[in-house]
Design a binder for this molecule. Structure first.
Ligand code: THU
Length: 131
């Protein structure tokens, strides 16, 4: 894991809009050209409309013209003592927008890291090829 990717995620962690859960999450995507795209969770009074950090980052990357061929690693971090992993909805979006062998690094507040490949997060996932 590139420490710059982790730092980029930590740098935006306080921008998470978490007035309902107070559970800050930040994601950072490292691109093959060296650019790092970040995202945070953004909640809503209509709770189900909340957007996770991973999807915020992925949609931002797409907006800026990047595709799944550009993303070489992902970091997800929080302020928690325990490592968290992406939710099911994010795994589905990651399945489509990140290549299967890209490492997803999950990092807790104490720098403990768990790394899984994107394909390991959603085995047998539904994809554009199934349509
Ligand atoms: N959340 C994320 O942003 N990413 C995850 O991987 C897990 C959950 C957010 C959603 C919600 O704003 C808060 O964390 C608590 O569930």
């Amino acid at each position: 894991m590139d420490q710059n990717t982790l730092k980029a995620a930590r740098d935006v962690l306080n921008n998470a809009y978490v007035r309902y859960s107070n559970f800050h999450v930040a994601a950072a995507l490292k691109m093959k050209n060296g650019v790092i795209i970040t995202g945070v969770n953004v909640e809503n009074a209509s709770y189900g409309l909340s957007n996770c950090a991973e999807r915020t980052a992925l949609f931002t990357a797409r907006t800026q013209g990047y595709t799944k061929h550009d993303i070489i690693e992902v970091v997800v971090t929080t302020k928690q003592e325990a490592i968290i992993s992406p939710c099911g909805a994010c795994r589905q979006v990651m399945h489509e927008l990140i290549l299967p062998d890209v490492p997803i690094h999950m990092v807790d507040v104490n720098d403990n890291v768990k790394t899984m490949l994107n394909k390991e997060l959603l085995p047998a996932g539904f994809s554009e090829d199934d349509l």
